[in-house]
Design a protein around this ligand. Structure first.
Ligand code: COA
Length: 267
C-alpha cells in the first residue's frame, strides 16, 4: 500500500502504523485521516495481522492534534462533518477493531492526538510523552471523541479540569490517572509494546475479540438520558457549532500567527 502521511509495516503478526508528518508534529490533516482509515481496513481484513500499534514519527510528537491550518475556513456544517467523518473512519474503527490496537505514545499527544491514543484499546507512553486536550485555547472543544473517552478513562472531575484548563500532563501523571498502563524510556517503548502484544497473540483471538466487544459495551452511553443521541453525537454537533464563532477565529488565528489568543478583548 502506498501512503504519503503514514508508514505501515507488518512484522510477526503486528501491524505498525506510524503517523509520519514530524515537521508538523504529526498533526492529523484530511490525508492522514484517509490513510489511517485505509490502514485500519487492512488491519481488519488481513489474516496475517493479529494486532496493531499506532505511534508517531520522530522524537517529539505522537500526534499534536488535528491540523489547525485546515480550520479557519470551515462552516458549522463542515466542522460537524470533520468530526463525524474522523470519528467514523478512524476513532470508532480503532475502538471497535476485532484485533487489539495499542497506542505507543512517544511524545506530544494533544487534542486529536490524545483522542487517537484514547480510542486505542490501551496505551503505553515514553517518559517524554505529554497528554492534553487544549482545544479551548482555540475556541473549540474536542471533536474526535475526547469529551467521552477522557471522561470514561479518568473520571468526570479530572476530565472536566483537563479540558477546561487545557493543561498538559506528563506520562507519570497520565499513568496515575489510568490514561496509560505503562511508562517506558523512549528507546524501549516499541519493544515493550510488542512484548505485551506477543503475550496477547498467544491467547485465542476469538476470546480476545469478545473481550474487546464486552468492554466496549460497558461504556456505551445510556440513550435514555440523551434523547436517543449518544455523547459522541452531541460532541459532533457542539464541535460543529464552534466553527465561525469570533472566539474560534481568534483562537485559531492566534495559533497560526504564533501569538497568545485574547478571548477577553471585544471580538
Ligand atoms: N496543526 C497544525 N500544525 C501544527 C500543529 C497542529 N495541531 N501542531 C504543531 N504544528 C506545527 C506548527 O505550526 C509548526 O509548523 P511550522 O514549523 O510550519 O511553523 C510545527 O508543527 C512545529 O510546531 P511548534 O509549535 O513550532 O513546536 P513546539 O515544540 O514549539 O511546540 C506543541 C509543540 C505541540 C506544544 C505546539 O506545536 C502546539 O501547541 N501545537 C498545537 C496543539 C493543539 O492545540 N492541538 C489541538 C488541535 S485541535
Amino acid at each position: 500500500m502506498l501512503f504519503t502521511t503514514i508508514l505501515f509495516t507488518v512484522e510477526n503478526g503486528i501491524a505498525l502504523i506510524t503517523v509520519n508528518r514530524p515537521d508538523k508534529m504529526n498533526a492529523l490533516n484530511k490525508t492522514v485521516i484517509d490513510e489511517l482509515s485505509t490502514a485500519l481496513d487492512e488491519v481488519y481484513k488481513n489474516n496475517e495481522i493479529k494486532t496493531a500499534i499506532i505511534t508517531g514519527a520522530g522524537p517529539k510528537a505522537f500526534v499534536a492534534g488535528a491540523d489547525i491550518s485546515e480550520f479557519l475556513s470551515l462552516s458549522n456544517e463542515q466542522g460537524k462533518e470533520l468530526a463525524h467523518r474522523g470519528q467514523e473512519m478512524v476513532f470508532n474503527k480503532i475502538e471497535n477493531c476485532p484485533k487489539p490496537v495499542v497506542a505507543a505514545v512517544n511524545g506530544f499527544a494533544l487534542g486529536g492526538g490524545c483522542e487517537l491514543a484514547m480510542a486505542c484499546h490501551f496505551r503505553l507512553a515514553s517518559e517524554n510523552a505529554k497528554f492534553g486536550q487544549p482545544e479551548v485555547n482555540l475556541g473549540l472543544i474536542p471533536g474526535y471523541g475526547g469529551t467521552q473517552r477522557l471522561t470514561q478513562l479518568v473520571g468526570k472531575g479530572k476530565a472536566m479540569e483537563l479540558m477546561m484548563t487545557a493543561h498538559m500532563i506528563d506520562a507519570n501523571e497520565a499513568k496515575q490517572l489510568g490514561l496509560v498502563n505503562h511508562v517506558t524510556t523512549a528507546e524501549t517503548l516499541l519493544e515493550h509494546t510488542k512484548q505485551i502484544l506477543e503475550v496477547i497473540m498467544g491467547k485465542g483471538p476469538n476470546a480476545i475479540n469478545k473481550i474487546i466487544n464486552c468492554v466496549n459495551a460497558a461504556v456505551v452511553s445510556d440513550s435514555a438520558f440523551t434523547n436517543g443521541k449518544s455523547g459522541y453525537d452531541k460532541e459532533i454537533e457542539a464541535f460543529g457549532e464552534c466553527f465561525g464563532t469570533s472566539e474560534m477565529k481568534e483562537g485559531v488565528t492566534a495559533f497560526l500567527e504564533k501569538r497568545k489568543a485574547n478571548f477577553n478583548a471585544k471580538l
